[in-house]
Design a protein around this ligand. Structure first.
Ligand code: SAM
Length: 438
């Protein structure tokens, strides 16, 4: 299966990953199915239930990416769900006497009915959206950090990236895109010729199992090799830790509690006679990610001892700013509605009271909406939506506020470079290739 992260149709295909966006930072990942693979027991087939309503996958499959899809009426009570008996009967009917599934006998589904409530947008997967939506098993590396890290590591199509630990696979997806995206027929080429790769290591057994499953589900298993390994002890060779094959890495990212313990395995000539995990024909670019300065200092000391050069430390301090037009302080005549701003303390208190009353009215209005004599209340139009002859720029002052929660957990990034090794043989080769340089 081609990975939906690289090669995608213009529409959401069945059996592929789709990201269901409820709000800007609220995304639910799901594999689209035209049948009830999770045995949820809905008449409609597989259904994703959200706080904005229920979304049967039959209403999502085949939609162009970016489409807004309305919720459907899926009764979660006993009326909407098939009974256990009915499910058992269907399962029996769809199974041959030998116990195998009979593909021709699919369980009966019911067409969804539109609901008048919420909606979502169906988005194609990207590493950024996956980072927002992935199931967290550990702390993860967020987009502002990994985009800077991959840039400094010179991660590009065809190179090999080592990553440890894999954790929740956030960095893994971004690294896979850096190595494969944009490369002509990157996926096929990588599978056939092993052009580049992401080699990911994780010592927690369940976590590595989950990452491997996700890589399969996302069509990335030929490009990312996730290995169950304690890298402090066993290093980075593929297969057997002692006699295994070198990944020939050009870039290394260590998101580990004690990165300095893994550095002894990232040398040009390992003392124990193992093959080096680094590409002998290129410099190695390294980045470690540590929340404490003490960890960064210890890493830097070990880097120096092992001949790493150009050591530098960076902290990515991302702040997202909400920019909006505010009428604060603008009570000049001529700006429509601006005179409603309080000028005295009494006026301000009276305004607060009336705002509270209004809020209560809206709450009550919600509670009594279904009653026969219900009167809808007219909502106030925000000033910037009012029709006005005053140009937008004159309707208020632009203000910004930084968001309270920062979606990046601050760590110290330590970067270093290990130059390529240079043998007499390399010297001869170079002289032959560029005789004029002698
Ligand atoms: N970079 C990951 C991401 O973006 O999702 C998060 C990594 S998480 C902070 C650190 C991971 O390192 C944990 O899953 C932990 O199990 C793993 N780990 C810790 N020590 C390790 C070791 N010696 N060898 C391999 N993995 C290790």
């Amino acid at each position: 299966m081609p990975s939906p992260f690289f090669t995608r149709n213009t529409i959401a295909d069945k059996d592929s990953l789709a990201l269901l966006q409820l709000r800007r930072d609220q995304i639910i990942p799901t594999i689209l199915r035209d049948h009830d693979d999770e045995n949820q027991g809905y008449w409609e087939g597989k259904v994703t239930n959200t706080r904005f309503g229920s979304f049967p996958h039959s209403t999502l499959i085949g939609q162009p990416w970016g489409t807004q899809v309305g919720a459907s009426k899926v009764d979660t009570g006993s009326r909407g769900r098939k009974s256990t008996k009915r499910k058992a009967e269907e399962l029996d009917a769809a199974t041959t006497p030998s116990g195998e599934e009979d593909a021709n006998k699919k369980p009966l589904l019911r067409a969804p009915v539109a609901a008048d409530s919420g909606f979502l947008h169906i988005l194609a997967p990207t590493p950024e959206a996956w980072t927002i939506s992935l199931p967290h098993r550990t702390q993860v590396v967020y987009t502002p950090d990994y985009s800077y890290i991959l840039h400094r590591l010179r991660a590009r199509p065809g190179c090999t990236v080592i990553e440890a630990g894999a954790g929740s696979g956030s960095f893994t997806h971004a690294a896979a895109r850096a190595v494969f995206n944009g490369y002509p027929e990157a996926e096929q080429a990588a599978k056939r010729q092993r052009l580049g790769k992401v080699c990911s290591y994780e010592f927690h057994e369940q976590r590595v199992g989950k990452v491997q499953q996700e890589l399969r589900d996302h069509g990335l298993d030929g490009m990312v090799e996730a290995t169950h390994r304690d890298v402090y002890e066993d290093g980075f060779l593929l297969g057997d830790p002692i006699t295994g094959k070198s990944p020939k890495a050009n870039a290394i990212f260590l998101d580990l509690p004690a990165p300095w313990l893994a550095l002894k395995h990232l040398v040009r000539n390992p003392p124990d006679g193992r093959e080096s995990a680094l590409d002998p024909e290129s410099p190695a670019y390294l980045c470690t990610f540590s929340p404490c300065l003490e960890q960064a200092e210890r890493t830097i000391r070990t880097m120096r001892q092992l001949s790493w050069l150009n050591i530098s430390m960076v902290e990515v301090a991302q702040r997202r700013l909400d920019v909006k037009r505010d009428r604060v302080g603008l009570d000049t005549e001529g700006v429509r509605g601006a005179t409603t701003f309080p000028k005295t303390v009494e006026e301000a208190v009276a305004k607060l009271r009336s705002d509270e009353e209004r809020a209560k009215l809206i709450r009550d209005h919600r509670q009594t909406k279904d009653e026969p004599n219900y009167q809808p209340i007219v909502k106030e139009t925000p000033f910037y939506k009012e029709k006005s002859n005053v140009p937008l720029y004159a309707q208020g002052r632009l203000t910004h506020r930084s968001e309270p929660d920062l979606r990046t957990h601050t760590s110290y990034l330590v970067f270093a470079i290990l130059p390529r090794s240079w043998s007499e043989e390399d010297e001869q080769k170079c002289r032959k290739q560029w005789p004029s340089a002698q």
